[in-house]
Design a protein around this ligand. Structure first.
Ligand code: AMP
Length: 378
């Protein structure tokens, strides 16, 4: 019996990826990645996707389930979850923790419930992989009464990708994931790093929200909390202004007026000083995290680059890891020209193996969905 495919929806803040995926073979029957969408376009894109499936002759009965990537599961959702009304209420309650990311996912769930009422809808959470992050890594050093009351802790995101890529890196090396200490750098429009010991994450760069950590397209990552107080107190910003600054007008966008890495690189090459600084800040931050995570792990076996930038931009990989020979990292400049992967880009004498591994969040979601609901339905 061939397994029924899963329709996977990955509705982000400004993009919609969908794919009809066979979980057993990994084959994508139909898929599309719509980028640079406004909030209103996401709804229209969902309508078009339902029409496109119908035109391709894919009916509800042909599918095993619909899987939804949901960024934030909070404390409540730490495993793939069948969506019902109570779960939808739970997802709504988490919107304040991921105001940019959870609403489009919820919109996707509602659309799919209306379009495919008979199908199981499964939410797969980007925080779930990090649910057992060690307390030392998950805890903010703030008043415990306040953090407990408001569920303030470090949750971590991009878990679907980090778990998938760590597994693929181990498979590529022919080693059990349980034996490896890994650093995974997921560098896309959103970006995060994870330190993974024996298959379990022990540290990651995103926190309560996807604002912490690395420099991203429109988010700046780590910032002295005193800066935020200063902006509120002295700068006269409202909470809404601050929210907009942190989500939309920071990171590469804030520094250079360009959020897309291809545009940024074109500007760097064109001699734009703001773009050059943005690029340097971005690489410097990454290098700091690599060093920190090597320390957290007590040295790593593997460092892996993934996602749009990690898979496609050799110069970022070279600039981030340049000069780290003392830490056992030695890139091979020719191998590093690869795009996509999986491929080894470290030199043969490098103590730490450096890889490029493509992420596939849709396949990972499809597999988690069928693990929950199975591939056949009555
Ligand atoms: P993702 O969120 O994983 O889809 O990654 C999106 C980011 O990857 C955007 O900033 C893109 O500009 C960047 N990206 C994708 N392909 C390339 C490429 N060939 N060269 C430079 N940047 C790229």
């Amino acid at each position: 019996m061939t397994a029924r495919p899963v329709l996977v929806l990955n509705a982000g803040s400004s993009s919609l990826k969908y794919a009809v995926v066979r979980p057993d073979t990994g084959e994508t029957l139909l898929g599309e990645h719509l980028e640079r969408l406004g909030t209103d376009d996401v709804g229209a894109a969902l309508d078009r996707l339902v029409a496109r499936l119908a035109a391709a002759g894919i009916a509800a009965d042909d599918l095993a389930a619909v899987g939804h990537r949901v960024v934030h599961g909070g404390d409540r959702f730490v495993a793939p979850t069948l969506v019902d009304d109570a779960v939808l209420d739970g997802l709504e309650a988490l919107v304040p923790l991921a105001p940019l990311h959870n609403p489009p996912a919820i919109a996707g769930v509602r659309h799919a419930l209306a379009a495919y009422p008979g199908l199981p809808q499964v939410a797969v959470f980007d925080t779930a992989y990090f649910a057992d992050l060690p307390a030392a890594a998950a805890t903010y050093a703030l008043d415990r009464e306040v953090t407990a009351r408001l569920s303030v802790r470090r949750y971590g995101m991009h878990g679907i990708s980090h778990e998938h890529v760590a597994g693929r890196a181990a498979a590529f090396l022919g080693r059990p994931v349980e034996e490896l200490d890994q650093v995974v750098l997921h560098l896309g429009n959103g970006a995060s790093a994870a330190a993974i010991s024996g298959g379990r994450p022990v540290e990651t760069s995103m926190g309560l929200t996807p604002l912490e950590g690395l420099v991203m397209g429109t988010r700046g990552g780590d910032v002295d909390p005193g800066v935020l107080l200063h902006l509120l107190r002295v700068g006269g910003l409202s909470v809404a202004d601050l929210d907009d600054l942190l989500h939309h007008r920071s990171g590469l966008q804030g520094l250079s007026g360009r959020q897309d890495f291809r545009d940024l690189l074109a500007a760097v090459d064109g001699g734009d000083a703001d773009a050059a600084l943005a690029y340097e800040v971005c690489c410097h931050r990454l290098r700091k995290y690599v060093g920190a995570y090597l320390a957290v792990l007590g040295g790593a076996d593997v460092v892996t680059f993934t996602a749009g930038i990690g898979e496609n931009v050799p110069r970022v990989r070279a600039d981030v890891l340049a000069g780290l020979e003392q830490l056992g990292i030695h890139l091979d400049a020719t191998r590093n020209q690869v795009r996509g992967g999986p491929a080894r880009i470290s030199a043969d004498d490098s103590a730490v193996t450096v890889l490029v591994v493509p992420t596939d969040e849709e396949l990972s979601i499809a597999r988690q969905v069928v693990a929950l609901v199975g591939v056949s339905r009555p």
